[in-house]
Write a protein that binds this ligand. Structure first.
Ligand code: ADP
Ligand code: MG
Ligand code: ZN
Length: 494
């Protein structure tokens, strides 16, 4: 690809193919709580700057943090949904560094004893399933937000909004198990789905509820050791994650092919210019002078609490997909689309429960309903066609009361007017016609008007039969029963 970045010569596809990328992701997700992690301030987004602050989250001397139980509950849910081992005892630690958005001079995080470790999630990529390991999941507080007047670097004035300071986060660290930018994208998609299903985070990327650091290295295919990794910080869209990784893979291969070495560093994604830029050499853990947080007790998650959390978990996306395929006979692809969100999955199941066959419910939802909702900018929960209303339409089609073609005409009327399918069919006289003599009259007319095609058919061109069927059905405005049309034409043409 042509990149406008400095120091990056284009690398040929042949050279690219000799290397294998290795990717591990660190995701920060904001936990869905009303109040902050160590104080009672609101976590509401969009309030006036510095309106949701108190001595604790401002880091004033002499204040003490008190752990919000709901934060632990949310993180335990996430851990269990990600197949992690939730440790009975974990501990907060101080991560020391100086930055204007960090008033205490340290961040309260977890370090050697995180809340949970050793999990995995499943991604679908290239029609196969792959398990990506989750190294750890821990709790931490967010920092404040720096605001700049003018362009970030040359800003005249900087402001700090402490509303964000003390927002509860979970950091979810993956194993370096991904081998392609698309796998990173699939991992994030799967992770977001799980966090949404479990209600752990709203995953709103525009509001910063989900942020990702991507770690990337490359090695010659077949090599057993990993290469030196580079960390790309603070990516706030899945697309940027994928693009930044794609760029970084090529940059690193370019450096290695040029005889250089990869510096272990943190880089930033420059979205406007489509390349990564060096931010700083990567700090090591010892730079942070981690030590156990003396102001907080260890976190204790009892076996009872864990069991209750397990019981409270909803059916997760992967399990739902499997069940949909097995119970409703829909394809894995359909199941993937229909479990994209819990409300979409619920809608689908309601349509089936109201009497529609699974396959046609899946088809009609994807072709007719989702397309129209997208066009109207509406979410499935605001669908003007209820599951029961869609089921009624599908039953009319299924029972042969109306043809599929008519159904496709009825659906948009339902969508726009909110009227029921049966009512529209009756009012517009759209019911399917199996009236053989009426269909025969139309068929004769079509045959009469197309002597050339009749000749073709008689000389063995079976393909033109479809033409006749199409013409007759069109002449009945889609109402003729296709089977009757077929029978009538066979009789007349033979
Ligand atoms: P650090 O201490 O530098 O933060 P970690 O071992 O905690 O490094 O790993 C951070 C992230 O980097 C994890 O998601 C991990 O999977 C990933 N990672 C580790 N080594 C590599 C590597 N060689 N290439 C790509 N990603 C890696
Ligand atoms: Mg790390
Ligand atoms: Zn506060």
């Amino acid at each position: 690809m042509a990149q406008s970045a400095p120091q990056t010569a284009a690398v040929s596809p042949v050279v690219l193919a000799r290397y294998e990328p290795v990717i591990g992701l660190e995701v920060h997700a904001q936990l869905q709580t009303k109040t902050k992690i160590f104080c009672g301030c609101s976590t509401r987004f969009g309030d006036a700057p510095n309106s949701n602050v108190c001595p604790v989250c401002l880091g004033l001397p002499g204040t003490l943090p008190v752990l919000n139980k709901r934060v632990v509950e949310m993180a335990v849910r996430a851990s269990l949904a990600l197949n992690c081992t939730v440790h009975e005892h974990s501990r907060f630690a101080r991560k020391n560094y100086f930055y204007p958005d960090l008033p205490k001079g340290y961040q309260i995080s977890q370090y050697e004893l995180p809340l949970a470790t050793g999990g995995w999630l499943e991604i679908a990529h290239d029609a196969t399933c792959k398990r990506i390991g989750i190294t750890r999941l821990h709790l931490e507080e967010d920092a404040a937000k720096n605001l700049h007047e003018g362009f970030a670097e040359s800003a005249e004035k900087g402001y700090i909004d402490f509303n964000r300071c003390g927002t509860p986060l979970t950091e979810i660290v993956s194993e370096p198990d991904m081998r392609a930018p698309e796998e990173a994208h699939a991992y994030l998609t799967a992770l977001k789905e799980i966090l949404l299903y479990t209600g752990v985070s709203d995953c709103n990327m525009e509001e910063g509820s989900l942020r990702c650091d991507a770690n990337v290295s490359v090695r010659l295919r077949g090599a057993s050791e990993f290469g030196t990794k580079v960390e790309i910080k603070n990516l706030n869209s899945f697309r940027f994650v994928q693009k930044a990784i794609e760029y970084e893979i090529e940059r690193q291969i370019g450096v290695l092919e040029g005889g250089g070495r990869i510096a272990q560093e943190s880089r930033l994604w420059n979205q406007a210019e489509n390349h990564t830029v060096s931010m700083r050499s990567k700090e090591k853990a010892h730079d942070y002078r981690y030590f156990p947080e003396p102001d907080l007790l260890p976190v204790h998650v009892s076996a009872g609490w864990r069991a209750a959390a397990t019981k409270g978990l909803p059916e997760l996306p992967e399990a739902k997909r499997l069940r949909f395929v097995n119970t409703y006979g829909i394809t894995p692809y359909d199941a993937e689309v229909l479990t994209g969100s819990q409300s979409l999955a619920d809608y689908f199941e309601s349509v089936v429960k109201a009497g529609a066959p699974g396959k046609s419910a899946a088809n009609w939802m994807q072709t007719e309903l989702l397309r129209r909702l997208k066009h109207a900018g509406k979410d499935i929960v605001a669908s003007p066609v209820s599951p029961a209303a869609l089921a009624e339409l599908l039953q009319l089609v299924e029972s042969g009361n109306i043809t599929g073609a008519i159904g496709k005409k009825v659906f948009p009327i339902m969508f726009d007017s909110g009227r029921a399918a049966g009512e529209i069919v009756a009012a517009e006289g759209l019911a399917q016609s199996s009236d053989t003599s009426a269909i025969e009259a139309i068929a004769r007319e079509v045959i009469e008007k197309n002597p050339d095609n009749v000749a073709k058919f008689k000389s063995g061109n079976e393909g033109v039969f479809k033409f006749f069927v199409g013409q007759v059905i069109r002449a009945t405005r889609g109402q003729a029963n296709p089977q009757v049309v077929n029978d009538v034409l066979r009789k007349l043409l033979s």
